[in-house]
Design a protein around this ligand. Structure first.
Ligand code: GDP
Length: 405
């Protein structure tokens, strides 16, 4: 698959805002789990107690990385640990992302933990979109959450959608770019009905659309001129400018209810459309022999391999090392050099994780995230093709630069 169509993303959230539920839905809509009951623990009876259920979900959902496909894009969903401490673990997981979805609760809004998560994302310049979840709850107020994103986080946040119905009558959203309504039906929200904007919302949606365009036009002069002269802004331009805005640090805001199966598909469309691909990020490592020397890494499959082990997991099959490949290609049974120890190690198997299934692959290349077996690494280790080639861990002094096209 072409690198422009790869998304390495994390879902980052305040605890309890619905990250797990949203991840389940994403896997469900991408066809990775076939019934939401599969993870809930069976539709026919509440035989699973809370702990078992959590364990089951844990296995299915919180794999360090899981791959799925959405409308021709490959999305690697990377688990970003929920704990707030400024730990190396969190840092590493943020390090391997190209983009993120920030999940907020429609009632709780921005809370202290969101502020910490936000600070970490900023440190690593992780472009993101926000998702206001739990729109079905009493007291849900997406407008207030957007205000909080602006006031408390200093985010350039603006709504891309307008809610249809409120609280337990929440039905769906109006897409403010195309001015169409999206309503979700079916037990699992699998039916998406696209239609006209409801007449009673038309004026509000138009006003909100202008606000959105004004925010976006900060990132594009041509668009600002069109707005000033009250001319129609072409849809293609809005899409392009939104993408540039995201890469430039803006936070477009989506909404829905993961639990009620509403709003997840448009969020996935936004991930495809706006979050960066591995090609949009510049990654630099350092020369192990001279820490002041930077090495620019290109997501080029033919360049010498450089990758980083970001998470080590033990399971019944042994140790799995999750790795982001920044440059080059790795082959099954190939030997590569651990830059920390200087030792050559054999990558016995390369596997791609799909929810709870593993797919063995023969090779994997730059931009990808896979798990490798047979190696004895520590989290944070860099691998390459020869000794003293490149180290990535010290790039934790954030150096990734986002290019704006
Ligand atoms: P996490 O801690 O962020 O992973 O949150 P969970 O996904 O475990 O959700 C926390 C609680 O919120 C659970 O009881 C969910 O059922 C509930 N929840 C998740 N999404 C929604 C939603 O859209 N609406 C409502 N009302 N509850 C939700």
């Amino acid at each position: 698959m072409k690198l422009e169509k790869v998304r390495n993303i994390g879902i980052s959230a305040h605890i309890d805002s619905g990250k797990t539920t949203l991840s389940e839905r994403i896997l469900f809509y991408a066809g990775r789990i076939h019934k939401i009951e599969d993870v809930r623990g069976g539709g026919d009876g509440a035989t699973m107690d809370h702990m078992e259920l959590e364990k089951e979900r844990g296995i299915t959902i919180t794999s360090a990385a899981t791959s799925l496909e959405w409308k021709g894009y490959k999305v690697n969903l990377i688990d970003t640990p929920g704990h707030v401490d400024f730990t190396v673990e969190v840092e590493r997981s943020l390090r391997v992302l190209d983009g993120a979805v920030l999940v907020l609760c429609s009632v709780g809004g921005v809370q202290s933990q969101s502020i910490t998560v936000d600070r970490q994302m900023k440190r690593y310049q992780v472009p993101r979109v926000a998702f206001i979840n739990k729109m079905d709850r009493t007291g849900a107020n997406p407008f207030r959450v957007v205000e909080q994103l602006r006031d408390k986080l200093g985010a350039e946040a603006f709504l891309m959608q307008y809610p249809i119905g409120a609280e337990d009558k929440f039905e769906g959203v109006v897409d403010l770019i195309e001015m169409k309504s999206y309503r979700f039906s079916g037990d699992e929200g699998q039916n998406v009905d696209v239609g006209e904007v409801p007449a009673d919302l038309l004026e509000k949606c138009q006003a909100q659309r202008i606000h959105m365009l004004e925010q976006l036009s900060m990132y594009n002069d041509e668009m600002m001129e069109l707005l000033l002269s009250e001319e129609e802004v072409p849809l293609e331009m809005i899409y392009k400018v939104t993408r540039d805005a995201v890469l430039g640090g803006a936070t477009p805001v989506y909404m829905g209810s993961a639990f009620k199966n509403k709003g997840v598909q448009p969020l996935l469309d936004a991930v495809n459309r706006y979050l960066p691909s591995p090609l949009d990020r510049e990654i630099r490592g350092v020369d192990p022999k001279d820490e002041t020397k930077k090495i620019e890494l290109k997501p080029d499959p033919d360049a010498p391999f450089v990758g980083m082990a970001f998470k080590i997991v033990d399971d019944e099959f042994g140790q799995l090392t999750f790795m982001r490949i920044y440059q080059g290609t790795i082959e099954k049974a190939g030997t590569y050099v651990n830059q920390r120890t200087g030792r050559k190690e054999r990558f016995s198997q390369i596997v791609r994780m799909h929810s709870d299934k593993r797919e063995k692959v023969d090779s994997a290349c730059a931009g990808d995230i896979v798990a490798v077996t047979g190696i004895d690494s520590a989290s944070g280790d860099t691998y390459g093709i020869e000794r003293d080639q490149c180290t990535l861990e010290s790039m934790f002094v954030p150096d990734p630069v986002i290019k704006i096209a």
